[in-house]
Design a protein around this ligand. Structure first.
Ligand code: ADP
Length: 435
């Protein structure tokens, strides 16, 4: 009985830590807006607001066959996309798992086949000053191929294609978030913003060129628009002034391989939510509140608690919480009481709900900055967290209403189209038309 009361006390304490009031959310939105504007005005800001050189929206009437090649962290995906116009398309794809050797291979050995204009999705940090050009700043996600950093990856890919006599021409280099924006708008022209909620988190939207003052020297037509890849996961990095971080968030940050960086992403994305819950559980183990007398070594392993477990826990429909019994016995060799399971379910809800409400703050910042609230807009969203976490989208919508009042209903998120396949192909098509 005493432990039950202690768990209730802890839950109250954690509720205070993880709950975001509407007022607090509005303050975050204002700071977020200022950060977005700063990134547009100056180079080298924390939120870099990267110009993508994708000019304007697709018309929806782009047609033809295109190749899209996506070099991700795990797979190389090659898609043949047929754009039929009228927002319709067909896609055929092949996926190849990359070997560790290929990730380290000397540049110049990448292989594909087929013809047509090709869109290359390359989601590693690149500096771009044209759509068909990108200099790799540094490899991430475990890649280490030599002779690539500091080089134009489009040119390298192009010469490999030539070497193997592949009759394909790379016309565009994009990242998956920008691709998602363009693909979603092709199918649903109300789309103004795209967001990714997966291992990481990011957003892209369409900006007026005259408001991207850091590139005003390029003399691009003032009346044009360009997609911006926000890289918003970096919001509030280093200074940590705006986001309410708990001691668990600070612990994750300090033990991560990049302390101080990606502060917003660390409160939101799939890579971290399970770990936040695990740290709370470990604290309660240390305090002797739960799992007394059991061997807890498995749950004490860092990053052992996958964010997918939060989804499963929250969606457990049984009174006995059988799914949660299964997770703890099967993966962590731990027995749980019903009171503990109810407590864990409530914890998952706190962590998941905070992530969704912070996501709403980011979306609200773009909506408010661009003046989309009155007429309303659609937000294409993708990633396992958005697609699979029960209630994630509903909680974003509730958050938007908390921020904007009833008008928050004018902003609707929906499951986006595939950015790195269809999106990349549409960007290739748009580029070809412009040429
Ligand atoms: P990526 O972002 O790497 O392209 P995903 O969009 O699939 O890929 O995101 C992977 C992340 O989503 C991982 O951090 C994983 O823990 C999390 N994830 C996977 N399945 C689920 C789920 N059912 N519910 C919540 N999160 C999940």
């Amino acid at each position: 009985h005493a432990t039950k009361k202690r768990m209730a006390d802890h839950l109250r304490r954690l509720e205070m830590m993880f709950t975001l009031t509407p007022q607090r959310m509005r303050i975050i939105v204002e700071a977020f807006k200022d950060t977005l504007e700063l990134g547009l005005s100056k180079h080298g800001q924390v939120v870099p607001m990267i110009p993508t050189y994708v000019f304007g929206w697709p018309s929806g009437s782009e047609t033809g066959n295109y190749l899209a090649v996506d070099l991700g962290g795990t797979n190389l995906r090659v898609c043949l996309v047929t754009l039929n116009g009228g927002g319709k398309f067909e896609i055929t794809q092949a996926k190849y798992r990359l070997t560790e050797e290929q990730k380290q291979e000397d540049a110049g050995n990448m292989k594909t086949d087929e013809t047509y204009s090709l869109g290359f999705t390359f989601s590693y940090p690149c500096s771009q000053d044209r759509i068909d050009h990108g200099t790799l700043i540094r490899w991430t996600k475990g890649f280490g191929a030599p002779n690539t950093e500091g080089h134009n990856v489009v040119e390298m890919f192009r010469s490999s294609l030539q070497k193997y006599s592949v009759p394909a021409e790379i016309t565009a280099l994009t990242c998956d978030t920008t691709g998602t924006l363009i693909a979603s708008h092709y199918v649903n022209p109300n789309t103004k913003i795209a967001c990714i909620f997966g291992t990481g988190c990011n957003a892209a939207y369409m900006e007026k060129v005259k408001d991207i003052s850091k590139i005003s020297h390029l003399g691009i037509g003032e009346d044009m628009e360009m997609a911006i890849n926000c890289e918003w996961g970096a919001f509030d990095s280093f200074e940590h002034e705006h986001l309410p971080r708990t001691k668990y968030d600070i612990q994750i940050d300090e033990t991560s391989n990049k302390p101080g960086e990606q502060a917003f992403e660390k409160l939101i994305s799939g890579r971290y939510l399970g770990e936040i819950l695990r740290l709370i559980i470990c604290e309660l183990i240390d305090e002797g509140v739960i799992f007394l007398g059991q061997n807890t070594y498995k749950i004490e392993i860092i990053y052992s608690f996958d964010t997918a477990f939060l989804s499963l826990m929250e969606s457990d429909p049984t009174d006995e919480l059988l799914m949660i019994i299964g997770i703890f016995t099967h993966f962590f060799a731990l027995e749980t009481t019903l009171a503990e399971r109810q407590f864990f379910k409530a914890l998952a809800k706190l962590v998941g709900r905070r992530a969704a409400r912070l996501s709403a703050c980011g979306i609200a910042a773009i909506v408010s900055k661009m003046g989309y609230l009155e007429e309303g807009c659609a937000v294409g969203a993708d990633g396992s967290l958005y697609n699979k976490y029960p209630g994630f989208a509903d909680r974003i919508h509730e958050g938007l209403i908390d921020i904007f009042g009833d008008k928050g209903r004018n902003v609707i998120t929906y499951h986006a189209e595939d950015g790195s396949g269809i999106g990349s192909a549409i960007v290739a098509a748009m580029t070809k038309i412009r040429k």
